[in-house]
Ligand binder design. Structure first.
Ligand SMILES: *Cc1c(COP(=O)(O)O)cnc(C)c1O
Length: 369
């Protein structure tokens, strides 16, 4: 018998039979896209669920990021983190913007606000931080710097679906926030994404940009893109939303089991929260310290040999890839904290269908038994 393989994540799906009536509606109406009824419903329902005023759905998170930068007409240089998924920095290159990498905070692994000011030049126009693993950035400090220097702030909130601070949704901070609804994320529409903004005028501009720049049948005001979410994905989103609280609760139980099992294991550091009131338990990163008996990569391989496919998010750093490597700010000496985290991190499997017995098995492997 082959051993069951466990992956870092497994997409959450609603019961198939519950999706059929949605599909029937699409087939009957023959409205497949272009802001149809499911698209409108999902925008409304997500605003309610997330506690935000304006949200525009997108075909995926990367197109949403690229469009967010277009929305605010960002140019020149943008300060960002090397410790993220490549799409964060790629969205800048797709806009002809130069990414300037700044090191991360050793506790949260988010952009270190203390290091932002030194990277600002006359060309800097914005900051693009990431709420890494759904742990909120230091939004107050980042806002203060942005206000002082007249910079825009766009949060890559791809990991931060449903995350709340004492003051409410983390998505309320910055000029814009971008979500991803990719299959691997906490809330998925197979592929999908969204931009959150704070006023009607910006929402109108975003909606024009995601629809080729059309204002009406005969007027095009910008070189827009096709970023529209289809009715199929929007319908799926409406159904997924019904199960989201249960899914997050199941993730929470797994997270707590890991925390209890890995507490006081020498050389293993579980990344703590960073002040959120409501977490989404999207990832469970651990950092393998030098006093752990074997190397990070040896543990990674050992888990693989047991059929546990954890992932080294985020290794390598974005700044390591050839299209970034030559930039001054990409030098490892500029990014020692990010480099160390990237060399130490393993994200453990976490998803609603993961069995608690499997969690125990993973804990045992890490404890070296
Ligand atoms: C998933 C992800 C993206 C890209 O989102 P897609 O919907 O896959 O295009 C961007 N940034 C981060 C941090 C991500 O994790």
């Amino acid at each position: 018998m082959t051993k069951k393989q466990v992956f870092v994540t497994q997409p959450t799906l609603p019961p198939l039979e519950e999706f059929i009536p949605y599909l029937q509606k699409i087939w009957e109406s023959k409205i497949l896209t272009n802001g149809g009824p499911f698209h409108q419903d999902l925008e409304r329902e997500l605003c309610k669920y997330l506690g935000v005023k304006y949200l525009s759905l997108f075909t995926n998170g990367t197109i949403a990021l690229i469009t967010a930068l277009q929305t605010l007409r960002i140019t020149g240089e943008v300060i960002t983190t090397p410790y993220s998924f490549v799409a964060t920095a790629h969205s800048l290159l797709w806009n002809g913007i130069k990414p300037v990498f700044v090191d991360i905070d050793p506790d949260t692994l988010n952009l270190d606000p203390e290091k932002i000011e030194a990277a600002i030049t006359p060309q800097t126009t914005a900051i693009l931080p990431v709420h890494c693993y759904g742990h909120p950035c230091d939004v107050a400090k980042i806002e203060k710097i942005a206000d002082t220097y007249g910079l825009k702030v766009i949060y890559d909130a791809a990991h931060a679906f449903g995350v709340k601070l004492e003051s409410g949704s983390v998505l309320k901070y910055g000029d814009l926030s971008v979500l991803s609804f990719h299959a691997t994320k906490v809330f998925n529409t197979f592929e999908g994404g969204a931009i959150i903004c704070h006023n009607e005028k910006t929402k109108v501009r975003i909606d024009q940009l995601k629809n080729f720049g059309f204002v009406d049948e005969v007027t095009v005001v910008a070189p827009g893109i096709n970023g529209k979410m289809s009715e199929f994905n929007a319908a799926l989103g409406l159904l997924q939303l019904k199960g989201i609280n249960k899914a997050i609760q199941e993730r929470k139980i797994i997270s707590e089991q890991y925390l209890a099992g890995l507490d006081n294991v020498k050389g293993v550091r579980c990344l703590s929260d960073s002040g959120e009131k409501v977490s989404n338990y999207s990832y469970f990163p651990i950092l393998i310290q030098p006093d752990y008996p074997i190397s990070r990569d040896a543990l990674y391989q050992k888990m693989k040999d047991h059929g546990i496919h954890a992932r080294r998010y985020f290794y390598p750093l974005i700044s390591y890839f050839p299209m970034y490597r030559g930039m001054t700010s990409a030098s490892p000496s500029n990014l020692p904290v990010a480099k160390r985290a990237s060399d130490q991190v393993i994200c453990l499997p976490i998803y609603p269908a993961l069995q608690l017995s499997e969690v125990d098995q993973i804990i045992e492997i890490i404890r070296g038994r």
